[in-house]
Design a protein around this ligand. Sequence first.
Ligand code: NAD
Length: 249
Amino acid sequence: MLLNDKVAVITGAASARGLGFATARLFAEQGARVAILDLDADAAAAAAAQLGDQHLGLAADVTNEHQVQQAIAEVINRYGRIDVLVNNAGITQPLKLMEIAQNNYDAVLDVSLRGTLLASQAVIPTMRAQGSGSIVCISSVSAQRGGGIFGGPHYSAAKAGVLGLAKAMARELGPDNIRVNAITPGLIQTDITAGKLTDEMRRNILAGIPLNRLGDALDVARAALFLGSDLSSYSTGITLDVNGGMLIH
Ligand code: NAD
């Protein structure tokens, strides 16, 4: 097993069909004890309980520094260490440039970008003290191609910000043996995309995907396992595309 004796924190992992929960499940199967952080305490606890009783579900809004610090303190109190952080929480809004109001900008930037900063800041002292750690940041193909399918420009900007932040953290934390990497998923079938894809849209999208299928949450979870585990021991600051070939260039 790739994560024996490891402790992993995954933000935004209570959504049953989401990338975060698929990652939590795969990490648990690989021997990790997993802390699921999400907005709703009951949903987070229920998701953790599905993985078994050694896992933890906690309420934390990743945009709220106090809540994030509290939740991470609880994880350390329970398990004594944190080996992997997956910054997965994110929201999107299908707006055009001129439709983006300040509250849209704040909401989308705050969850993906501020959330990644705050959760990383919360675990870094522990990882530094351990002399090891892996932080995995979920960005998006939308950051690379200037627009996904459902996200507006503010979403692209937030996810591009995540890429820059991840690389900067990788440089600064390398000497502490803390690796930081990013994943750029393409179109993955989760609640973020549910009900929004017409048959025509699906046909058009598939025409641009060499592997000729949309992604599954497990496709991204496997990439997170690679980056979270020692399989990627000499990789830091990388961007791992998980998009079926949508962005070959
Ligand atoms: P999802 O909506 O299924 O899950 C997102 C989770 O984040 C939910 O459980 C939600 O409650 C939680 N969340 C939202 N705001 C939060 C906050 N402030 N604090 C804590 N938790 C919060 O979405 P998903 O498709 O699983 O997306 C997961 C990540 O992957 C997101 O960052 C998303 O932008 C990114 N992504 C998704 C796709 C895709 O096609 N599904 C593609 C590229 C990137």
